[in-house]
Design a protein around this ligand. Structure first.
Ligand SMILES: NC(=O)c1ccc[n+]([C@@H]2O[C@H](COP(=O)([O-])OP(=O)(O)OC[C@H]3O[C@@H](n4cnc5c(N)ncnc54)[C@H](OP(=O)(O)O)[C@@H]3O)[C@@H](O)[C@H]2O)c1
Length: 268
């Protein structure tokens, strides 16, 4: 009964791995550092061998060209290998990701899709850490409301979907409990840090230049920027009940995340 965690070294995968391990449930991480590579199909079968369920986290994004083909091949391989359950991490409002979601299900393995809002931890564990530290949150997006979700809630939800009986073909939209514009999120981050943080809408190039200052390569920053210009248009400006339905408790609010991240020294 071993669970495979694809992307197991990453932000969501490592959290899921820690939870399964703490519950004494056998789990195996897979990514390039363990020999699994999305770009090398020959590496997939050895990773899946002997596992009964898999968490599927694709990097950089399910909406990118060529990914549905990879998802279909993985879904079919999972069926051949006898996997009984798949849980796919996806994004809310990402029309381009829907083909990848459907393709993974082609193999017939029961699949739960978790469509997430923006992660709260983007501000402290990912590409916005530097901008928050500098007090200038500059994004290629208008000041739209977003229901930022806590990655720890996402990990808890994924563990439930991997280990308990949930409607197998279900798709859950996971959001946080509060709808915040970037200006409001910046104010909560400023409050938690006790230093000013402002939001400013900028063009794609300014965003890419900002990220370059933190060592994020252009080839990583540009697709992110274009994705944001697509999805940050207000389409996800609603709160969902996915976390409550899966966990039986409310989702964790942004201000609690911001305080905890500041206390742990994320922006020191
Ligand atoms: N950030 C958000 O707000 C948000 C919201 C909704 C959905 N999502 C989705 O969440 C996913 C990212 O999740 P995450 O933040 O948990 O991931 P992550 O922290 O970016 O980590 C993913 C892991 O994938 C591995 N990886 C990278 N390239 C690989 C390759 N070619 N083959 C095999 N493994 C590879 C890396 O480990 P190695 O270096 O060892 O390979 C990395 O640790 C994306 O699909 C994104 O669209 C994100």
């Amino acid at each position: 009964m071993t669970t495979l965690i694809l992307g197991g070294a990453g932000r969501s995968g490592s959290r899921i791995l820690n939870r399964l391990t703490a519950a004494s449930l056998p789990a195996r991480p897979a990514s390039r550092r363990t020999g699994f590579d999305w770009d090398e199909r020959a590496t997939w079968a050895p990773a899946l061998h002997g596992t009964t369920a898999a968490y599927v986290c694709f990097t950089p994004d399910l909406a990118f060209p060529g990914v549905p083909e990879k998802m279909e091949a993985l879904g079919r391989l999972a069926a051949t290998k006898g996997l009984e359950r798949l849980v796919l991490l996806s994004g809310r409002g990402e029309e381009g990701a829907r083909a990848s979601e459907a393709a993974l299900r082609e193999g017939g393995v029961p699949t739960t899709v978790l469509r997430c809002s923006w992660f709260q931890q983007n501000f402290s564990e990912h590409f916005l850490t530097g901008p928050v530290r500098r007090g200038r949150l500059r994004l290629p997006a208008p000041d739209v409301p977003e229901a930022f979700v806590d990655l720890d809630d996402v990990a808890d939800a994924a563990v439930v979907a991997l280990t308990r009986t949930v409607p197998e073909e279900a798709t859950y939209e996971l959001s946080g409990p509060d709808l915040l514009t970037f200006t409001q999120a910046a104010a909560l981050l400023a409050d938690a840090r006790n230093r000013p943080v402002t939001f400013e809408a900028v063009d794609v190039q300014a965003f890419v230049d900002d990220l370059a200052a933190d060592g994020v390569p252009t080839q990583e920053a540009e697709p992110l920027a274009h994705l944001f210009t697509e999805i940050l248009d207000g389409r996800n400006a609603s709160i969902t009940d996915g976390i409550e339905r899966l966990l039986g408790r409310p989702a964790s609010p942004f201000h609690a995340y911001a305080r905890q991240a500041a206390t742990s020294g994320a922006w020191s």
